[in-house]
Structures are given as structure tokens and as C-alpha cells.
Design a protein. Structure first.
Length: 341
């Protein structure tokens, strides 16, 4: 893939344009293009809608789960036949942390696999110009070389605690690849690292590590608890990306990338879970002790993404972790019902 840059100035305003020789002019989304965001009420989908609106896109199509159950093939096909979206961001998914993944292996595999297959297949049947599939860094092998490149997919064993979810996501991105190869579609995949930010899930059992820590430290601060006990030993390394940065990348890739290989979405920076807990506690204002339950699982030892592909395309993240945690905590405080999800 070759990228060309062009700069010019009009009335002291510098205009910057970037051209990808592998994309045709009509591959770029127009401001009035029909764009369907699947999963618009979730953290990722809602961030994509915000980013599209921020950039001036005016014809964004959404449906709630009550209006359209993506696990129902007949309903999905009827929706696509009626709406004929030109572009699709597939951000809908059944998600959860270690506990949820371990307790509902079959549900995570079935629900995710069937909904993504329904959407991707219906998009292809109805002539969708381009689809972007949102996956997860858990698709990569548990002991993949670090940082993990896109090419390490399927080169080793998956992490057992989220194997079912990972297998479903791998199936979705591979289906996109196979449609491209067999039918010449332009379907791409994005693999985000751990995400956090507005509209996150703060449920005490079903959430991911960062929102779970925000809730636990907040409740400990309010109750005056002397200590908070966290799972594992705090040694695993993790990378975190603010969800609005991911949304910016998603729109960028829709307009600037075509290819069968997925694109990693992350910061290229990592910290231990112990460092993360200390950072969240400081942001929340909790001053008690942090204890560790080493009988609980750690999960994957390390999950750092190689983000050189996104960087080479001209994109980089904007929100540093501490700033993002402060924004996420404000979201938690101002939207208390999210703590019940």
C-alpha cells in the first residue's frame, strides 16, 4: 500500500490531504452516505457515532436491540434489504470480563458468531460498499511474541479464559477476508487493545478490569473501606486505549485502508495491573490499602499490540491513560445507571 501526502495553503490556512493509491475516489465516505453503526448503544458503537457526527456525517443509521435483534437472520436480512446501508461499522458484540467469559463460554461463542455472520452476510448480499469489523486483541495467541503484530494471528494457543469470545472474533474477521478473496468485497477488520471511556460497563462481575477498578475504588472511598482486594498478583502487563481515540481510528481506516490483514488499534504503551490499580485509586481519590488474591487467575501475561501499521497509515492516539481515566471516572459519576449494567 502506497500513501501520498499533499499540503497546500489557502488564505493562510494549511490544508493537509492524504491519498492511498489502493483506494478509489468513491471508496471514501461522503458526508451524506448511508452509514449503519451496529451496536450504537455500546461503548465502541456510541463512540463511533460521536466521531461520525463530529466529522459532519449526516445519515447515520442505528437500531436498538429491541428494534433489531442481530442474532435473528431473517430480521437482519429484512433490515439490510430495506435500508441498503453503503457503509457498516460492526461494533455490536456480547462482551465481558474474565468471570463472564468463564461462566458463559457457549453464550459468548454463539451470540457473537451468529450476530457477526448475520450482519456481514447481509451486508454482502445487499451490496454494501465497505464494512469494518471490530474485533479484540484477545484473538492473538496467549504467548505471542511481544509486541503482537497482525501476522501472529493463529500461530499459537489462545488464552483459555476468553477462548470462546476470541474464536468468534477470529471467525468474523476471517469471513471478511474470505468474502474479499472470493467476491472482491472491501471488508476490513480492526483489532483494539483494552478499551475504556464513556458508556463503559461498570458491572461488578461482568465488566473489564479498568471500569471494574473505577467502581470498586469509588465504592471503597464512599464507604471508607480500609482495603480493596484485587485478583491475581498484579504482574500482568496491559495496554489501554481511550474509546474515542479508537472511534477516530475506525473512521480514519474506513476512508484510508483496504486489505485482508487486520489493523491493530492501541497506544504501543503498557503498564502492570498493579500500576493500573494504583493509578485508578489515585484518580478516584481512594487512600486505603490494595491487597492481592493470588488464588484468582491473572489472565494473559502480556498483551501489547504492535501499532506500527496504523502509525504508518498516518494515525496515532491522542489521550494519555491518566487523562482518559479521569474522563471515564467523570462518566461513571454523572451516569450512575451504567454501574447497574
Amino acid at each position: 500500500m502506497t500513501i501520498y501526502d499533499l499540503r497546500f495553503t489557502i488564505d493562510d490556512l494549511t490544508i493537509y490531504l492524504r491519498f492511498n493509491e489502493d483506494l478509489r475516489f468513491d471508496d471514501y465516505m461522503k458526508l451524506d452516505s448511508k452509514i449503519y453503526v451496529a451496536g450504537h448503544r455500546g461503548m465502541v458503537g456510541s463512540a463511533i457515532v460521536r466521531e461520525l457526527e463530529r466529522q459532519g456525517y449526516t445519515h447515520i443509521i442505528t437500531r436498538t436491540h429491541a428494534e433489531l435483534d442481530l442474532t435473528r437472520q431473517d430480521a437482519v436480512e429484512a433490515f439490510f434489504a430495506a435500508e441498503k446501508p453503503e457503509y457498516v461499522f460492526l461494533a455490536a458484540a456480547k462482551v465481558g470480563g474474565i468471570v463472564a467469559n468463564q461462566n458463559a463460554l457457549a453464550d459468548f461463542m454463539y451470540d457473537n458468531m451468529i450476530l457477526e455472520m448475520n450482519v456481514i452476510h447481509a451486508a454482502w448480499k445487499n451490496g454494501c460498499k465497505k464494512l469494518e469489523f471490530l474485533g479484540s486483541s484477545c484473538i492473538y495467541p496467549r504467548l505471542a511474541p511481544q509486541p503482537m503484530t497482525e501476522s501472529c494471528l493463529l500461530t499459537g494457543e489462545l488464552e483459555k479464559t476468553n477462548e470462546a469470545y476470541a474464536l468468534a472474533k477470529i471467525s468474523g474477521l476471517k469471513y471478511c477476508e474470505f468474502l474479499n478473496r472470493q467476491y472482491g468485497t472491501d471488508y476490513i477488520s480492526v483489532m483494539p487493545t483494552n478499551l475504556y471511556g464513556p458508556n463503559d460497563n461498570y458491572h461488578p462481575e461482568h465488566s473489564h478490569v479498568l471500569p471494574a477498578l473505577i467502581r470498586r475504588f469509588h465504592e471503597a472511598k464512599v464507604s471508607g473501606a480500609a482495603s480493596v482486594t484485587c485478583w491475581g498478583d498484579g504482574s500482568p502487563l496491559r495496554e489501554f486505549l481511550y474509546v474515542d481515540d479508537l472511534a477516530n481510528l475506525c473512521v480514519f481506516l474506513m476512508n484510508n485502508y483496504s486489505g485482508n490483514e487486520t489493523v491493530n488499534a492501541g497506544t504501543g504503551k503498557e503498564l502492570t495491573i498493579k500500576q493500573l490499580t494504583e493509578l485508578v485509586a489515585r484518580v478516584v481519590g481512594y487512600e486505603g490499602s490494595i491487597l492481592w488474591d493470588t488464588t484468582r487467575p491473572n489472565g494473559t501475561p502480556r498483551k501489547l499490540l504492535d501499532v506500527s501499521k496504523a502509525t504508518a497509515l498516518g494515525w496515532t492516539y491522542k489521550t494519555e491513560l491518566e487523562d482518559g481515566i479521569r474522563l471515564a471516572y467523570q462518566d461513571f459519576l454523572t451516569n450512575p445507571m451504567r454501574a447497574e449494567r
